[in-house]
Design a protein around this ligand. Structure first.
Ligand code: GLN
Length: 249
């Protein structure tokens, strides 16, 4: 009997840009290679969160889509926050990351209430395209288990994300190349328990297999599974990273 792994993908129709679906593909590929039976669940507007989730995913989106879905997302706050507090994994990219912070002021000046899972506040710099953070990102990971390892990705956001006034804030990485949370903070993303918000499109997980494994190990720990994980040949991912590091790192 294969161990089961439940993935819940939030708003794939509205919140999935710049190849974010690649994160689901990478997570499913790695889990199946490790011998898991993957149950893939989609949750859209008007739908309740499923009973069981081992890992949530939410991609990025334009301001307009964020304004469309945020009130529905707020209805899921209680169950989602409880799961995150209990150590369920989550990856939110860019627009998804912003909506899981405390507040997001869009380029149109719409004040969007966030779920407050991440202690961050995001303000769009305005509708002026020149003021967007766009390009490849290289950063030094600050997660304890991946300390010093390099993460790579691609960013395209107007929103400038700062730490919230009260409470703790732990970045995902220290920027080596690119922008990150703001034009000049020098930090990128946010980590809270086993939840990660990040501006790394690209897609993030195919380019950073060590991050995929981090989520999987955290879920194995939480499920108290005893399982030997076979070695996976990451040659393609390694080659992609080497190429990007040569160009940008
Ligand atoms: N609309 C948000 C911004 O421009 C998020 C964009 C995204 O998800 N790439 O900051």
């Amino acid at each position: 009997m294969k161990p089961q792994f439940f993935i819940t993908h939030l708003y794939p129709d509205e919140m999935s840009i710049y190849g974010d679906m690649g994160n689901i593909i990478a997570m499913r590929f790695r889990l199946e290679k490790y011998g898991f039976e993957v149950i893939y669940q989609i949750v859209g507007q008007g739908q309740d969160l499923p009973e069981t989730t081992d890992w949530y995913f939410m991609g990025g989106g334009q301001d307009k889509e964020q304004e469309v879905i945020y009130q529905d997302l707020l209805k899921k706050k209680k169950k989602l926050s409880k799961d995150i507090e209990n150590g369920v994994g989550l990856l939110a990219i860019c627009g998804g990351y912003q909506l899981l912070g405390k507040q997001f002021i869009t380029g149109n000046g719409v004040d969007v209430e966030g779920l407050g899972i991440f202690n961050v506040i995001t303000k769009a710099s305005g509708k002026n395209v020149k003021q967007r953070c766009i390009g490849n990102v290289v950063e030094e990971c600050m997660i304890d288990e991946l300390k010093g390892q390099v993460l790579v990705g691609f960013e395209n956001h107007g929103g400038q994300t700062e730490a919230g006034l009260a409470g703790s804030f732990k970045p995902l990485g220290r920027v080596i190349a690119g922008f990150g949370n703001t034009y000049d903070s020098g930090f990128e993303g946010c980590v809270y328990k086993n939840a990660i918000g990040t501006y790394l499109h690209g897609s993030c997980l195919p380019k950073n297999p060590q991050l995929t494994d981090w989520f999987i190990h955290k879920a194995i720990e939480k499920q108290k599974l005893v399982i030997d994980l076979p070695k996976i040949d990451d040659m393609i991912g390694i080659k992609v990273r080497e190429c990007l590091l040569q160009r940008f790192g």
